[in-house]
Structures are given as C-alpha cells and as structure tokens.
Design a protein around this ligand. Sequence first.
Ligand code: SAH
Ligand code: SF4
Length: 386
Amino acid sequence: MENSESYNLTGATLAEIEALAAEFGEPRYRARQIYSGLYRRRLRDWDSFTDLARPLREKLRGRFTISYPETVRVFVSSDGTRRYLFQVEGGQRIESVFIPEDRRDTLCISTQAGCAVECLFCVTGKLPMRRNLTAGEIVGQVLALQEDRGADSKRLNIVIMGMGEPLLNYDNVMKALRLMTDPLGLSLSTRRITLSTSGIVPGLQRLAQEDLVPNLAISLNATTDEVRDRLIPINRKWNIASLLDACRRFPLEPRRRITFEYVLIEGLNDAPEDARRLVKLLKGLKKKVNLIPLNPDPWVPLKAPSEERVLAFQKILHENHLTAYIRRPRGNDVSAACGMLAGREYPNEDGTHHPPAIAKAGLTTEGTMSTEKKMFGVEDNNSPAE
Ligand code: SAH
Ligand code: SF4
C-alpha cells in the first residue's frame, strides 16, 4: 500500500475501470489498456504501463495499487505439489495449492478465510470463519501463481476447492469467475474451472441461472441424512434429497457431468450398503464419483478405511456402471491435501505440521458449532459428533 487511501485495483471489472477512465476524462479504450495490463499482461506497477501517458500513470499511482495476496511461504512437497501460504488484508492467512501433472497443472484456490460449514472431517472447518475473500483476492491467487510459476493458461485447471464454501461467498466468487474467463482478461476456459460445494442449495439454484457456469463438484460424502447430518452440519437445512433435486435441475452442457466427491471414512460411510445406496441415489444424473480416502489429521477424530475396503467400495460402483475414481492425496507431506488447508506455517522436525491454533474458546475436535453457524438456521444444540 502506498498510502492508507490507496485502493487495490486487482479485482476491478472492465466496467468499473471504464467508470474510472470517464472520471479521469480519459477515452474509453484507456480502460481496456489498464484492464489488459492488470489481467492479461499481469503488470505489477504503474511504471510498467508504458502504453499510458506518464501523467495518467502518476494519477493512477496516487490512488491505486496493484496487489496480490502476499506470499508468506511456499511449501514444496516431494511430489512437486506446492502449497502457497498467503496473507491477505487484515492479516488473515489463506492458502492455494498448485498441483503439476503430466498434461495439465491444477490450481486449487480459496474463497474464504476459514469456513463456517464446519464439516467434521475437514481441518479448514475447525478454523474460525474470519471473512469472505474479495474477488481481487480470489483472482489474485491465480495471478500470484502465474507470476511465480509462469503457468501457461492453456494447461491450467482451476479448482475452487481450497479454504471456504464458495457458494456462501457467491457474489465475489462469480465476479472472480468472470474475470478469470473474460477473453480480454485472464482468458481461462470455463470448462477448465470446477467449483466444489458442500451443498448450499439456494446457491446452486442461483448458479443454475447464470450465463457463466463452471463445472460442478458436490461434496456428498454420505448416503443417509443421519450420517450426512453428522458430517456436514448444513445437511440439516438442505438434506440429501433437496441437494440431489437441485443437481437434477442443474443445466449441463452436452458431455458434461457433475462430480460427486465422496470422502471415505472408516465405519461411517464406507460399507458395501453405502456403495449400493450411492448408486441408487445418483440414478438418472450425469455424473462421476471421486472417492477420496480420508486424509488423517490430529484435528480430525476419524480414520480412513483400509485399502481393501476402498477398492471394494469402488468395485460395487463399477459393477453398477458408475464411473468412480480413487483420488490419491497430493502434497500431504506439506499439509496441502484436501481438507488440510489451515494456514499452517511451521513444520515439525518430521516435516508434518502442527494442528492450527485453537480457533475459539470451547471449540473441540467434535466440531461444536459456533454462533456464526446459526446464520444457516442450523441448531446449535446437536453436535455432529457421536
Ligand atoms: N467447501 C467446499 C470446497 C472445499 S473442500 C466443499 O466442501 O466442497 C474440498 C474437498 O475436500 C471437499 O470435497 C471435501 O469433502 C474434501 N475434504 C475435506 N476434508 C477432507 C479430509 N480430511 N480428507 C479428504 N478430503 C477432505
Ligand atoms: Fe468448509 Fe468444505 Fe471444509 Fe466443509 S469440507 S468445512 S464446506 S471447506
């Protein structure tokens, strides 16, 4: 920040920059130059905008910064996965994960600092929900990654699966999606962006009406409301039937499918009956299933099933013609795997990371709900734990 009055222009839309150009008495095409400098050319300081006259650059410098989330540390896994620990305005820590693969690279980005959904199996859900990220902070994670890795946009897949529940930060997530896919801006393909949700049904209904719809992933994780209520507290408000109904109504382009994520947890949702129920529940949907054996953590009072049981679960799905992949953890040696993102900074001697600091008074690993959670109308008197 150059001064306390300056405003970060990362995250501004073309329309917003056009309004600004008008205010400065500049022609409209100037706005396009600024916009393309921000997102396509990824310029970081006003001096680099050599296509703008110097007096205009000075005016812009006086009022605006171009900031990305500040990189605190990058943790590099033995498998090449990189966990970026960022600090955003206000001091909150968020994370993105870069997963290099043979034919593509995947970047997993965060939408909130913390998460109010408090799933029993997820470490992010043990953190206090601090705030929604702005569109600039969401798109800024992609820009910061590209700055660091030079990642080619054509190889890049974005998964909105980091910290937070994207559909509880709807407007900022949509704004960021528009910036990412705008041909004048980052120009990423919508088909290469996947949004994962724990099942916020009104958000799904709203998303279904948009002209820009990313691929959809649903964290289903259970086949009965009894179990899902315990794992994902918002299921008490939007149960499996209402969630799958919203999925059935969700518009899909030809050859597109909804991904159902299913975290396998020993003794809770990994029985052969669960696999058979899953087949029935998903009947008629265009779908595939990602089976994710639980990533263990000291904060999570649950275990992954044995490899045998995971394979047996997948076999039942296959026998019933349901496409199902087993997702192997990436970057788990640097706490970068699914559900492990908690802003951890200092590794232990063995390379593992401490559980996050106690989030709030009275919080236990049983996932006791806090007052914020009441905003979803979830009762506070029944813990999702046994
Ligand atoms: N809030 C969104 C997106 C972020 S969570 C959502 O819940 O969909 C991304 C994925 O990580 C979800 O599918 C979630 O089920 C999974 N996950 C969370 N904790 C996990 C754990 N301990 N092991 C494996 N997967 C986990
Ligand atoms: Fe939030 Fe998703 Fe973690 Fe649940 S799994 S606590 S919704 S980030």
